[in-house]
Design a binder for this molecule. Sequence first.
Ligand code: ZN
Length: 246
Amino acid sequence: MALLRYGSRGSQVERLQQQLEAAGFELGDVDGIFGRRTQAAVQAFQRQQGITVDGIVGSQTQGRLQGRADGFDDDGRTNPGQVMTPAELRRLNNTRVDHQMPDRGPGWMGYYSASRRWGTERTIETLKTVAARYHAATGQTLRIGDISLRGGGDISGHASHETGRNVDIDMAFSDGRTDIERNRNSVNATWRSPHYDRAATRRLIQEIKRANPNIQILFNDPVLVREGLVRAYPNHDNHLHLQNMN
Ligand SMILES: [Zn+2]
């Protein structure tokens, strides 16, 4: 398709404006005229996606917009997920427990019930950003366990997880099986398993800290504890606990 830029007009611009609106950028009128407001929205979208910010819509920006619309690219591959900067994440609400992590998305999947996967908007969007980067770097899928119940409050099996800002995630295994698939209570589901993938788990932690620099992570792998990436805590051999996303 032709490049769309400031001054362009017509049905392709109209379609672009609809996509930007669908992606959460407010334009006022969908009028088919690429004016300053459309240009600003394109730039904001490009910034959010971590691609070149020039306000011009070529194949890359178009591909990202399309990916948001259907989740898949032309080859049927899952598109890279949406990436937000720490500054953008900090602007999101971090009090109301009113956003749900779906069962599956670009680079992540949930285990346990989705009814226990509610969080603040900031927590959920942070997880999506982490998943996109982690998946791009390692090919691994971020596996997400309990977060909170809708609205927060006491949740069975946890002392915390009441505020939508605490998240349990699985560490990485080199054979792709989850800790649940290998019996969560067996040693094979822990960092002692021969299939535990420390390098990918380390990368995951680094991506979490990149998106959420002040996060505390509880996990008992002694190597990662020594590296200062996580803190040892009872009962955290078989998963990582993200404490107070902030
Ligand atoms: Zn936990």
